[in-house]
Design a protein around this ligand. Structure first.
Ligand SMILES: NC(=O)C1=CN([C@@H]2O[C@H](COP(=O)(O)OP(=O)(O)OC[C@H]3O[C@@H](n4cnc5c(N)ncnc54)[C@H](OP(=O)(O)O)[C@@H]3O)[C@@H](O)[C@H]2O)C=CC1
Ligand SMILES: CC(C)(CO)C(=O)C(=O)O
Length: 305
């Protein structure tokens, strides 16, 4: 199976790199600058699970007519519309799209572009970032990619994908309810990225404060209320589950949004917090913590320009 990874950034480079390390047929769709950099240095990954390096196969959109069976999408949300045009050029007629972005609203964009049947569900738990030399630095041991048919069915194509992902030096998990898993991750990341970015601190010091504990739980409950109003397929006790998860994470864990802010890069505030704030407004919900976090993130974006 020919795999195209769209973006050789922090997560695409990591999971695509792990598949290539195992010998799978992986190509990275990149843009000019990243291509030049990767041709010079190779794809280097400094990982909590063991460093590795590959000479990646690279493709610039439209430079060949090569088509792929699986397209793993690992751009930022604000890069997705442009990336969709590039993907169209390289997706086989029966090819499938596996998105790894945080959030939910990108699913509508992808389904609109490629059709219900082409798009499966996906998400990942990993703490990784690009350093100033374009090296992927993965800091916590967790490196889990969760995927599945949005119908929950064990289709022949998902079994093929499962076989490809097996024995990779990363944790690939086939889900029977990827829709729910994606909403649960969305809840987790909205809280985690919002709070760490607002406080400018890894999660440890925030949760070590009594007030920090309160704000984490209150924010998770706020987001859960919005999601329930949206009829999102979440578990009733998901706020408690994610609260526990946040309390079990590494002391030093940062969110990718926070790391992007440290690098003065654009952030996915509209895609993550902004989308939920819109839904809160539509449902007349009072969401003071989300309002505060969103204001901070929008101010960051304005001051950055
Ligand atoms: N980093 C993390 O720890 C985690 C991130 N996520 C989520 O994963 C998604 C990706 O994040 P992350 O990997 O950190 O982001 P990065 O910015 O590190 O990577 C995105 C990559 O996509 C590339 N890209 C964008 N558009 C195109 C295009 N049209 N063609 C080819 N390449 C393109 C960019 O390349 P270029 O250099 O050309 O701009 C960049 O290398 C986000 O939704 C994020 O929230 C989820 C879990 C953890
Ligand atoms: C919190 C984390 C690292 C977990 O995967 C994440 O998804 C992100 O920061 O984007």
């Amino acid at each position: 199976m020919k795999i195209l990874v769209v973006g050789a950034g922090a997560i695409g480079g990591y999971f695509g790199g792990r598949l290539a390390e195992k010998g799978e047929d992986v190509t990275f769709l990149v843009r000019e600058n990243r291509k030049k950099q990767l041709e010079k240095t190779g794809l280097k990954i400094n990982s909590a699970n063991g460093d590795f390096e590959i000479s990646p196969r690279l493709l610039i959109a439209g430079e060949s007519e090569e088509k792929f069976d699986v397209v793993m999408v690992s751009t930022k949300s604000y890069q997705l519309t442009a990336a969709i045009d590039d993907i169209r050029l390289h997706l086989k007629e029966e090819g499938i799209i596996l998105p790894l972005l945080n959030g939910i609203s990108h699913m509508d964009l992808l389904i609109e572009a490629f059709g219900e049947d082409r798009v499966i569900g996906g998400l990942c738990f990993i703490e990784s970032t690009l350093n100033e030399n374009g090296v992927i630095v993965q800091t916590s041991p967790i490196h889990q990619l969760v995927y599945g048919e949005r119908t929950g069915k064990r289709t022949p194509r998902i079994e093929v994908l499962k076989a490809i992902f097996e024995d990779t030096k990363a944790d690939f998990v086939l889900s029977n309810d990827i829709n729910q898993d994606m909403w649960h991750k969305y809840l987790f990341i909205t809280a985690m990225s919002g709070l760490t970015s607002l406080m400018g601190s890894p999660i440890g010091p925030i949760r070590n404060l009594e007030s920090g504990q309160r704000v984490i739980l209150d924010f998770l409950n706020e987001i859960t209320d919005i999601m329930k109003k949206m009829n999102a397929p979440i578990k009733d006790d998901i706020a408690t589950i994610q609260y526990k998860r946040i309390n079990e994470m590494n002391e030093s864990m940062k969110s990718s949004m926070q790391r992007d802010m440290e690098k003065s890069m654009p952030i996915e505030a509209e895609h993550l917090q902004g989308y939920l704030l819109e839904k809160a407004k539509e449902n007349n919900l009072s969401v003071p913590i989300l309002d505060t976090i969103y204001t901070k993130l929008v101010l960051y974006e304005k001051l950055r320009q």
